[in-house]
Each structure stands twice: as structure tokens, then as C-alpha cells.
Design a protein around this ligand. Structure first.
Ligand SMILES: [Zn+2]
Ligand SMILES: [Zn+2]
Length: 208
């Protein structure tokens, strides 16, 4: 199968061409021509167009550099996209977490509301009593509020009808004096000890 190379002093065996089978021939040609067909793109390219790889029979990958780079880039881009996606998911999750926590923190729960209500009633028994009397009263205009200018027994039913806006505005300008069971002007401390004063003061803040 091998013939002696008579020119070589080391007597190295070189393959005799006539006894090489097709498989070996292919391999032999490949080494001589130093080309290889990329399994991916199917293009025959010089061996230096393939990355070196020790475990491969010819010491090179079967995929050309261009195809390898393309695949790496695809994988890399996919990874970036996935990372971006996960990052966004994380942010969305965080945002939701804070939004819900925020709501939790500032929107009193039903139980908490009941507790506040209970404490309020305990703190202001006169208000509760007044409400039990005036509760049956209905505002002339549906949706309007009935405001107590005084929580003294004789004034339980002596209420002032206000729109919700007027009512909330008024309460920003007055403070409750539990001893007198009436309101004072927050800024000056003047006691609004009659319904007339109360309404007059209300007019001054509503017209502002
Ligand atoms: Zn290729
Ligand atoms: Zn009120």
C-alpha cells in the first residue's frame, strides 16, 4: 500500500496514489488544497476560513468563520433581546409592587376605616348623637351635604345644606372646638357661635 520514498533518507512512507480509496482521497485532496466545504452554507472555502478546533479530524470546525460569526451574533442578539425583555419584566413587576404597596399604604382597608370611624365616634360622642337626630333629615337637593354648625343638643337638627365642594372647602377653614361643640375660624380662632356667623364666614371663603 505504501511505497518507499527513495529520496528521503528517513524512509518516510508516503501514500501511493493508486491505492487510495475515495474517502482517503477526499481527505488527502482537502489537505493538499487546504479547502473545506462549510456544512452550513455549503460553500467551499480555504481552511483558514474555518476556526481551529483540536477535536476535529482536520483541526478545524466544519462551519466556516462567517457562518460561526453569524450564528454567534444571532445567539447574542437573542440573548440581548431576552435580557431586555427580562429587565422590562422586572421593572414592570417593581412598578406594580410599589403601586400596590402605595395603594395599600394610603388607601385604608375596610377594617382600618371601621377603626377610624370607631375612634372618631368615641372621640366625638356629641357628633354621633347629633347624627342620630339629623340622620333622618334629607337635603333639599339630592347629593348635597348637611353640615352641623353646632353639636349642642338644641342644634342637632339645625343643619346647613351645602354642596359637597362647599362643605369640604368650609372644613379646611374651620377647626372644631369640642368644649363648645362648635367651630372656630382656623386662622383667627374666632368662635362661630351662631348659624348666622357660620353662614357669613362660609360666604367669605366661598366667594374668594
Ligand atoms: Zn459557512
Ligand atoms: Zn360639616
Amino acid at each position: 500500500m505504501y511505497q518507499k520514498n527513495l529520496n528521503s533518507p528517513d524512509s518516510v512512507n508516503i501514500p501511493s496514489l493508486d491505492c487510495l480509496d475515495t474517502h482517503l482521497m477526499g481527505f488527502f485532496n482537502l489537505s493538499i488544497m487546504e479547502t473545506k466545504i462549510c456544512f452550513k452554507c455549503g460553500i467551499e472555502k480555504p481552511l483558514n476560513e474555518f476556526y481551529r478546533h483540536k477535536q476535529m479530524r482536520d483541526g478545524h470546525l466544519n462551519k466556516c468563520k462567517a457562518c460561526t460569526k453569524l450564528d454567534t451574533a444571532t445567539v447574542f442578539n437573542k440573548k440581548i433581546k431576552d435580557d431586555e425583555f427580562h429587565q422590562k419584566e422586572k421593572e414592570r413587576g417593581r412598578e406594580k409592587y410599589y403601586r400596590l404597596r402605595y395603594k395599600d399604604k394610603y388607601k385604608p382597608s375596610y377594617i382600618k376605616k371601621k377603626e377610624i370611624d370607631k375612634r372618631y365616634k368615641e372621640k366625638y360622642p356629641e357628633k354621633r348623637r347629633a347624627l342620630s337626630f339629623s340622620g333622618k333629615l334629607k337635603p333639599v337637593k339630592k347629593g348635597n351635604h348637611l353640615h352641623h354648625w353646632s353639636y349642642n343638643e338644641e342644634h342637632y337638627k339645625d343643619v346647613i345644606e351645602l354642596t359637597p365642594i362647599e362643605h369640604s372647602t368650609l372644613h379646611r377653614f374651620i377647626v372644631y372646638d369640642q368644649e363648645r361643640m362648635m367651630y372656630r375660624v382656623a386662622k383667627t380662632g374666632i368662635l362661630l357661635d351662631s348659624k348666622k356667623y357660620h353662614i357669613e364666614f362660609l360666604k367669605t371663603i366661598i366667594n374668594k
